[in-house]
Design a binder for this molecule. Structure first.
Ligand code: BGC
Length: 427
């Protein structure tokens, strides 16, 4: 039976009271200001995307490659203008299948990975070698860009570790793989972050959207910065904040243990507190303490968290926990464990909402906050219980009388649509 005092102590580690999220919003805003004026002092990378907002008039057929999570997807899309589009074909495959292959682990190479991507592109166009296809590439890792056409990987995140990609120009790697496969008719013309893709996709339909975000395996946000020129499209330059790397936070002891054991310690501290790749691990660590089994690793995932929170009857929680903990737990313990899972998710939603508040304040400057939606994509935002309503609640607390002006909006499928729009915007 879980000790009540230990339970309260562990639970309180995941508290996110108003004071703390207000500080996160302020610190996030300060890092945004520093990123614009004195970048070396900011924990936000604020990478230029070389793209602004679309006009809505972008049309035509494009290929979209979406690379950055557990699955890779390639779509053939037709843009019909002003938010309208049709997916003509979509294919996708996991990047790793246990016991079969793994293109994202340390043992894999750039050539193997990009040859796999080229194979999936080939499937999406049914082996066509005659028609010319322009391809937009959503590449969801911190990358340095000097134009919209290309990007150099700065560092892997989300525990990806394929060799020989860091420091390389990713569309060169892709173009080489396409030629190895004889796909000379596929031209990679644009590369964007997935947050940028979400913003482009949402803005294609709705002009009052300036912030795009992902809450999935990883976490990140971008926004339209009006003071920077040199981008195609309108309204300024979309900056990929690499918000997952935000550092001015107060991690708890579980966050610190998780970070110390991760592929790249002391990086992506915000992402490691909020995103799908990590919250299952936080849950496992905290649970080991609750059950007084400090050396155990239960390998619980964000999907387990979602299932445990969704089911009031505790049947699912019982099944999952019996399997992963290795013994049957009492109802009272299951109840406590479910409260722990909820606290982890609520903290994630509130921290992310606080970062959005920092961006909204920064964009508004001395002016009134304008009514706007924040476009968000990703499985944790879309499917995890408690996320949307806790973001909403955090906005109510942080914005007071202005809170009705702000909300989040699901933009699913943004990665493919955004990549196609970016390809269409390429000069
Ligand atoms: C990457 C970002 C990406 C985010 C969401 C993070 O790990 O650094 O570039 O946008 O994941 O996929």
């Amino acid at each position: 039976m879980i000790n009540e005092k230990i339970f309260q102590n562990v639970l309180s580690e995941f508290d996110s009271p108003l004071d703390s999220i207000r500080t996160v919003a302020e610190n996030f805003q300060r890092d945004l200001q520093l990123g614009l004026t004195s970048p070396q002092d900011s924990s936000l990378k604020m990478l230029k995307s070389y793209v602004g907002l679309p006009s809505g008039k972008e049309t035509g057929k494009f290929l979209a490659l979406d690379f950055g999570g557990t699955n890779v997807r390639v779509s053939l899309l037709r843009l019909d203008g002003f938010g309208k589009y049709e997916i003509i074909k979509r294919v996708g495959e996991p990047l790793k299948v246990s016991g079969k292959y793994d293109y994202i682990g340390k043992g894999s190479t750039a050539v193997q990975l990009f040859d796999f991507l080229a194979k999936i592109i080939d499937e999406a166009i049914d082996g066509n070698r005659d028609t010319e296809f322009y391809l937009g590439h959503t590449f969801s890792f911190p990358s340095a860009q000097e134009n919209l056409n290309d990007a150099r990987l700065i560092t892997w995140t989300k525990e990806f570790a394929t060799a020989n990609v860091v420091g390389e120009v990713v569309n060169d790697l892709l173009a080489n793989a396409l030629s190895r496969r004889g796909l000379f008719n596929v031209k990679p013309v644009a590369v964007i972050n997935d947050t940028v893709a979400v913003l482009l996709a949402a803005a294609y339909k709705n002009p009052e959207i300036f912030i795009g975000s992902i809450l999935a395996t990883g976490h990140n946000t971008c926004y339209l910065e009006p003071s920077i020129s040199g981008a195609v499209g309108s309204g300024g330059m979309i900056l990929n904040l690499e918000a997952g790397g935000f550092m001015n936070l107060t991690p708890n002891r579980f966050d610190s243990i998780l970070d110390a054991h991760s592929e790249q310690p002391n990086t992506q501290r915000f992402e490691k507190m909020v995103s799908g790749r990590y919250i299952g691990e936080l849950f496992s660590l905290a649970l080991a303490e609750l059950l007084n089994e400090p050396d155990k690793h239960y390998s619980l995932t964000s999907v387990d968290i979602s299932a445990i929170i969704s089911d009031d009857s505790f049947n699912t929680a019982k099944r999952i926990l019996t399997e992963k903990v290795g013994r049957e737990l009492e109802l009272d313990d299951l109840n406590k464990i479910r409260r722990l899972a909820s606290a982890i998710v609520i903290r994630s939603a509130r921290l992310v909402a606080a970062s959005f508040a920092g961006i909204i304040r920064q964009r508004a400057g001395n002016n009134e906050i304008s009514a706007q939606l924040i476009a968000v994509d990703g499985s944790v935002y879309e499917k995890m219980p408690l996320v949307k309503e806790n973001m909403r609640r955090a906005f109510d607390q942080l914005f007071g009388s202005n809170s009705a002006k702000i909300d989040t909006l699901l933009e699913n499928g943004g990665s493919a649509l955004g990549a196609a729009i970016a390809a269409a915007m390429t000069p």
